[in-house]
Design a binder for this molecule. Structure first.
Ligand code: HEC
Ligand code: HEC
Ligand code: HEC
Ligand code: HEC
Ligand code: HEC
Length: 219
């Protein structure tokens, strides 16, 4: 005896197909989402207490990165400029600008400016700027065209696979040391040739998976 008419058979088949398709969309959607900027924050402009423009100060005025990020060649951290660094100029230039009142207040009250982090690795990851600078990895390679950013954003995903992609063979990215702070730099000869030559000269050791060893970044 047939309890359900044949049409329900067809319907239940359709709904199974529907569920499979739905599940597929859900999974691939998650895959896209987890790699998207919504999760990694790459490309997302961060609102700061003062709209500081690298485009203006570095791209147009030509101030060197090290003027404000002084420890970047010697330390793990690149550091943030003290308020007095800004006041070198802004005690005179735009001295009455409303936009710069938080800078003057910070100087008067001797309280540091509170910039929001743009690039922020989890605490269980060890990172060090000085070694990358010393081995010829440019600011541009990891941070993008900072010299063209009116407000700063995170350029790379900072995911583990992004670090490893370079650590497998950094010679694809190594530039002469004197071009580390340059933007828009281009190798005059094939990058692989120059990169392997420089990697050798700078003593970069990535053979035997030395640079993909877990303990390098998870200490
Ligand atoms: C006049 C000072 C000044 C100079 C010069 C300067 N910066 Fe900055 N930089 C700042 C300030 C202030 C911030 C914090 C506000 C922001 O994120 O935009 C910052 C933030 C950054 C950040 C994001 C920090 C984070 O939280 O992850 C990066 C990356 C950066 N600078 C790279 C550079 C590079 C590369 C250069 C050279 C081309 C440079 N800066 C030159 C003042 C400066
Ligand atoms: C070497 C000099 C110099 C230093 C150091 C400097 N600035 Fe400037 N800044 C300038 C000049 C020049 C201008 C733009 C003048 C113009 O074109 O109107 C400017 C413009 C600005 C403006 C736009 C102001 C307005 O009213 O339009 C802000 C905001 C600003 N700077 C923030 C900062 C901060 C924050 C720091 C410290 C991290 C800093 N500056 C360090 C030279 C400097
Ligand atoms: C190999 C990639 C890489 C290179 C090259 C690099 N950075 Fe960074 N930078 C990072 C990462 C990753 C962070 C976040 C570090 C953290 O959260 O601990 C960061 C953070 C920063 C910060 C925020 C302060 C800090 O140290 O956490 C500044 C400012 C900065 N970088 C400037 C620079 C400048 C200037 C250069 C060029 C001399 C440079 N970076 C080169 C990857 C890089
Ligand atoms: C574009 C290339 C590049 C990227 C991206 C990069 N690195 Fe590196 N990293 C290097 C090079 C080159 C060295 C130097 C290796 C050497 O001297 O043998 C290095 C060295 C290191 C060292 C020091 C290793 C030691 O021997 O002490 C650490 C730690 C490190 N990187 C962490 C990171 C982390 C974490 C990330 C991602 C957030 C990252 N790196 C992204 C190129 C890169
Ligand atoms: C070159 C640096 C580097 C090396 C080498 C490295 N990691 Fe990571 N690892 C990272 C970074 C950066 C993150 C943070 C990623 C994020 O927040 O998306 C991370 C995150 C992780 C996490 C947290 C889960 C996740 O994926 O976010 C685990 C677990 C982990 N790593 C295990 C390992 C193991 C095991 C190895 C050795 C096979 C290793 N890592 C080698 C940089 C590294």
């Amino acid at each position: 005896m047939q309890v359900f008419p044949p049409i329900t058979n067809v319907l239940s088949k359709i709904s199974i197909v529907g569920q499979v398709v739905g599940l597929f969309i859900l999974i691939s959607g998650w895959g896209i989402l987890s790699r998207s900027s919504y999760v990694t924050q790459a490309g997302v402009v961060i609102d700061q207490p003062i709209p500081f423009s690298h485009k203006h100060h570095t791209g147009e005025l030509g101030i060197d990165c090290r003027f404000c990020h002084t420890p970047v060649e010697e330390g793990a951290s690149a550091g943030m400029p003290a308020t007095s660094t800004c006041m070198n100029c802004h005690s005179q230039i735009h001295a009455d600008s409303l936009m710069l009142e938080p800078v003057r207040a910070s100087y008067r009250e001797n309280k540091p400016l509170r910039w929001k982090r743009v690039n922020d690795l989890p605490d269980f990851v060890y990172f060090n700027h000085s070694i990358h600078v010393a081995r010829g990895v440019g600011c541009e390679t990891c941070h993008g065209r900072v010299d063209q950013m009116p407000l700063t954003w995170q350029h790379s995903t900072l995911e583990m696979k992004w670090c490893l992609e370079c650590h497998k063979d950094p010679s694809r990215f190594i530039r002469p040391r004197d071009a580390v702070f340059s933007f828009g730099w281009q190798s005059g000869e094939p990058q692989l040739l120059l990169g392997s030559h420089l990697a050798n000269e700078y003593g970069v050791q990535f053979g035997d998976n030395k640079l993909t060893n877990c303990t390098i970044c998870h200490r």
